[in-house]
Write a protein that binds this ligand. Sequence first.
Ligand code: SF4
Length: 185
Amino acid sequence: MKCPVKPLVAISRCLLGDPVRYDGRSRGDDFIVKTLSAVFEWAPVCPEVAIGLGTPRPPIRLVSRRDGVHVEGVDDPTRDVTGALGAYARRFAEAFPSVRGCILKARSPSCGLGGLPVFSANGDVVREDGVGEFARVLSEFRPGIPCIDEERLRNAQQRDAFVRNVLRATGNKNGSLVGQNGRFG
Ligand code: SF4
């Protein structure tokens, strides 16, 4: 069953198979590419490429500083892209006001929705509740927007709930893409 108007969903480009990861690879997800592409219209986004980091690029990570968590180069802490990622999240939110949901890459210092390691300046893990900077700022500009990562999408209940919430946010009150057994997919 297809929705007459596909809801617009922001998605990390690497999950669609684009080779934009820091190591030049992709993380294409079959379920997203083959199944969810029939349901959602994509607003693909790679914040790190969008702010000009290039591919491949040196890895970045979350680092706890006195004034908060920063996103810095692993090998070069002076390469601080916190502000650039946040500014891009704001521009993205403004450019895509009709986005009704987000599917973002787990464990990324830019796209991760939670549970990321936060390092000290010495490289020790001091917390494991970090959020990717793009995801964090985007959620400030779009509070309450349904978001999920590819790992939670593998859980049927969380996947169904995400699809329903996006449909409801699109104005589909009963979530008509959910199948007769009450589940999507
Ligand atoms: S996780 Fe986000 S920033 Fe990293 S490659 Fe994928 S889309 Fe780009």
